[in-house]
Design a protein around this ligand. Structure first.
Ligand SMILES: [Zn+2]
Length: 300
């Protein structure tokens, strides 16, 4: 096993309890961020952030503000079927933003090689540990199991995203501002991009470069935008320690926990849960917008 940069929290498997302990030494401030009414300054890059639209972009209850960069932090479909991805891609084309960035979430089943069998064994017989076999083992979350099977039987749906840059454990730079996108989350119904809490989550976060300005994950870290209506915290303890102690991005954008929508800060990092859908899957929460200064030597 390779050495990790940071220790694993002893009660990482119970984020609610871990946060009760961590919060004693944490600052947490809720921010009321208003959408700017003036056009973006030429020295600033304006980010417009959404997530968890779940095939409901035709029912949005708000206008999408103009900006330079549109970011979607995952869960744009219900199960990642080709028709859902194509519809989302068509909607992306209709947005006026010059740069568009997308990551996947736990609902994009067909984006996760665990379900599709991966590139190398595509077209081969699917075993009990991939595709149909795995679909039979996960909770259906109220969807038809045949629909889930059809979704993961598709060839490479990632390629259907042609109107945005798709990031999966990858960095991307816009006007000198460094972004990194990753879809992984602590185990949650064993849907797409799930990893066990603790070391395996931390191994995913270890890949995040230290010079990241804007981190995009699907999962929240513990303590910020991760409080479920049941009173349980679903965020990742290791993700919080990674962003606070190692990566220190200016912004950390995510979704996943619909009821956690909003903006908070620990006094240094701005944490944004941009979930568009509320807990009842109504696309009611407007995009979160912020301006980032363009570094010297770069321009729009
Ligand atoms: Zn969602």
């Amino acid at each position: 096993m390779s050495a990790l940069s940071l220790p694993i929290h002893p009660i990482t498997h119970n984020p609610t309890q871990a946060w009760e302990e961590l919060r004693r030494s944490q600052k947490i401030i809720k921010l009321n961020v208003k959408t700017p009414q003036t056009p973006p300054d030429e020295h600033m890059l304006r980010f417009v952030c959404m997530s968890d639209t779940h095939c409901l972009t035709s029912h949005l209850q708000f206008e999408i503000p103009y900006g330079d960069v549109f970011v979607h932090a995952g869960d744009f479909t219900r199960c990642g079927s080709a028709s859902e991805v194509e519809e989302f891609n068509g909607w992306l084309a209709s947005l006026p933003h010059k740069h568009k960035i997308v990551i996947a979430g736990n609902h994009e089943l067909s984006f996760d090689p665990k379900f599709t069998g991966g590139m190398s064994i595509k077209h081969h017989h699917k075993t009990a540990h991939t595709g149909d076999g795995l679909i039979n083992e996960i909770p259906d979350l109220g969807m038809e199991r045949d629909e889930l099977k059809a979704a993961v039987a598709q060839d490479n749906t990632v390629d259907l995203i042609t109107n945005a840059v798709y990031l999966q454990d990858q960095a991307h730079s816009i006007c000198g501002i460094k972004l990194y996108g990753t879809p992984w989350q602590p185990e949650f119904c064993n849907w797409a991009f799930n990893v066990p809490r603790g070391r395996q989550c931390m191994e995913k976060w270890e890949a995040i470069p230290e010079d990241t300005d804007i981190l995009i994950t699907h999962t929240p870290p513990v303590g910020h935008g991760d409080l479920c209506c049941t009173g349980v915290r679903a965020g990742c303890v290791e993700l919080l320690s990674t962003v606070q102690s190692r990566v220190k991005p200016k912004y950390h954008l995510f979704g996943h926990i619909h009821e956690g929508y909003g903006v908070t800060t620990d006094g240094k990092i701005i944490f944004i849960n941009a979930s568009t859908c509320n807990i009842n899957y109504v696309p009611i929460n407007p995009p979160i917008v912020f301006d980032v200064p363009i570094p010297p030597g770069f321009s729009k």
